[in-house]
Ligand binder design. Structure first.
Ligand code: GLY
Length: 296
């Protein structure tokens, strides 16, 4: 039986109803693709749906860097080892679909910055402005408050929080397993509001925010620098060889918290067990196996 689980970010979810509606829409898109075309199309469909929804911090509606620009990270991985990612990519509508092209059309795993943008144009992705007024206002409020999260060298007043109205760890992700047993994972984000230009987080890094193997697939959300240090998605998939997905993710979310890593994880193991865990105040997520759909 095929399965699909998606997340819309962890932290404090301020606009819960909008998040839930967005998760439901993306789950429906992903499920339709899963049935007709398999796991890869399912995760791409669910994530590109969320990239079009400004409530999520990815694609249109991404967080802004300190210069007021959007730089997006995204990656996709399959349980056969195929991987593609883009880092600090500007001016496209669907970074996750550019990541797919990196996986399918190049000999590389990850393209960054201007090179990634040139590649996207060669692949016929048109110019797109992902900046929204809501995010512009949030950046201004953040700058005025003097609290630039995770930038202690720029802000003496580091208080580990974002500006009013800003969900803390917005990243979206999807994990699907189809009838052939193939597992696909996709993750996409605008990163941290007020980040330094050129900053790259965990979402596009193989083994950090995204990983898939014959043991399972995992997508992470949370504080990118901390997730990178722990290589969280890789660690989770390795453990799924021996343990069920839920046991693995629950243990890792607790362990990550002890390491100072605020995060959430979703995953599916090789047996077809769906799992989720987070150590933040909340996480928006949902899953379906066709019989039932659950949304949080
Ligand atoms: N987890 C998303 C980021 O920190 O970039």
């Amino acid at each position: 039986m095929p399965q699909l689980i998606i997340h819309g970010g962890a932290g404090k979810i301020r606009n819960e109803a909008e998040h839930r509606a967005g998760i439901e829409e993306a789950l429906n898109c992903g499920w339709g693709a899963l049935i007709k075309k398999g796991a890869l199309e399912a995760v791409l469909s669910a994530v590109s749906c969320m990239e079009d929804n400004p409530v999520f911090n990815c694609g249109t509606g991404s967080s802004l860097n300190l210069d007021g620009e959007v730089e997006m990270d995204a990656s996709v991985m399959l349980s056969d080892g195929s991987f593609g990612g883009v880092a600090a990519l500007k001016h496209v509508q669907h970074p996750i679909l550019v990541a797919r092209k990196v996986m399918e059309e190049t000999d590389h795993l990850l393209l960054a910055g201007e090179g990634a943008l040139n590649f996207a144009r060669k692949m016929d992705f048109p110019e797109h402005n992902p900046i929204t007024e809501i995010r512009q206002k949030a950046l201004e409020e953040l700058k005025q408050s003097g609290n630039l999260p995770y930038l202690p060298k720029l802000s003496q007043a580091l208080q580990n929080r974002t500006s009013p109205g800003e969900d803390k760890f917005g990243t979206v992700g999807a994990v699907a397993r189809d009838d052939s047993g193939l597992i696909a994972v996709a993750t996409s984000t605008g990163g941290i509001m007020g980040k330094l230009p050129g900053r790259v987080g965990d979402s596009c890094i193989l083994g950090a925010g995204t990983y898939a193997s014959r043991d399972g697939g995992v997508s992470c959300t949370g504080h990118g620098e901390a997730i990178l240090r722990l290589l969280l998605a890789f660690r989770a998939c390795e453990r799924m060889h021996f343990k069920k997905a839920q046991e693995v993710l629950s243990e890792l979310a607790l362990w990550a918290k002890d390491q100072g890593c605020s995060c959430g994880l979703i995953g599916i193991d090789w047996r077809g067990n769906i799992a989720f865990a987070f150590n933040t105040e909340s996480m928006s997520y949902g899953f379906t196996d066709g019989d039932s759909m659950v949304i949080f």
